[in-house]
Design a protein around this ligand. Sequence first.
Ligand code: CTP
Length: 393
Amino acid sequence: MLRGRRVVLGVTGGVAAYKAAYLARRLVEAGAEVRAIMTPSARHFIGPHTLTAITGTPVITDLFSGVSPHTELARWADIIVIAPATAATIGRIANGVSSNALAATVLASERPLVVAPAMHTEMWEHPATQRNMETLRADGVTVVGPAVGDLAGGDVGLGRLADPDEIAEVVSAVLAAGRDLAGRSFIVTAGGTREPIDPVRYIGNRSSGKMGFAIATEAARRGADVRLVTTVEYSDVEAGVEVIAIETAAEMADAVWSRAGDVDAVVMAAAVADFRPSTARSDKIKRSTEGLDTIGLEPTEDVLAGVVAMDPRPVVVGFAAEAGDLSDAARKAKEKGVDLLVANDIARPGSGFGSDTNEVTVIDREGSEDRWEMMSKTEVASRLLDRIRDLMA
Ligand code: CTP
């Protein structure tokens, strides 16, 4: 389960910090890529070079090194594990205080978090620590330990770091639980199609492709095989996503229809043109000699309808961009014959084209509507994939 997975290991300032070196080694041996972050006080207990040598990548110790190490690491990670976690770090994370590189990375991340506390019994049992732990659990954080045993300064009691082997197992189990789409295959479309007028000009739209990219990325992270049919190029594509670059509605139809018979679900997040110029000129139209005052149009292939008509057919999810009024969406879901229709109001701030967030209403075949509050496109993707997973079952 750890092979090829990306683990951010956070190390904080407690005596047990030396055990983080062993944990890092276990994770690397199991095939994980590990990048470590140390808090300033962790450096009193273990040298950064130890972790650099074990992980093969420089340890991050400073929030102000590089351009934005916390957001870069947060996006890179499949999971974050903090071992050992001091009371101070637990307090920071429970309260969203991003005052060092580790806490900032946790705050910038939407990935699962595993925390292995280690501290003196008195500190562990203090109401403030227990309150913070309750907050972490309520936020969905997985907690390992602490265990009972020898503590610093000759004390014995509750507060010892859980066994590093056990922490590695928990990391693996949390990753496994997140692989609920293993063995499933998806086609996801993204971006706006470009319909040529001549070799340099086209009719297009404002779709950024971010929603489709988020769905493809999340599905792959959860173990699915994904083909992303897209008009947009992406720099950081998840392993498990095969990118099929296309430009026009006709090419998208080709790419989707030729593969849809072999997949479990097709998610049509792309903004496909409804019309294209009926003749695309092979030479550039000159302003001086010919000009152009009309463009003749013809309808494009309805990619979605083609998939819905297949028998047997995969689970089909359509998107509808509406400006202002979503009341039409339930009718549309039925008419299109999709299993789910994701309607978003592109007129709302923070929703629709180019934005990193989205506020959508999801409508099923029976017309029942589920209105989701504003959330990141990654979060929309993950909730949508939960619905698709349930439909595939
Ligand atoms: N779609 C498609 N092929 C097209 C056009 C759209 O597969 N030629 C898909 C889109 O990917 C999306 C859904 O159909 O999933 C879009 O529906 P919508 O935006 O509501 O488009 P229309 O049905 O054309 O509705 P409207 O009349 O509001 O434009």
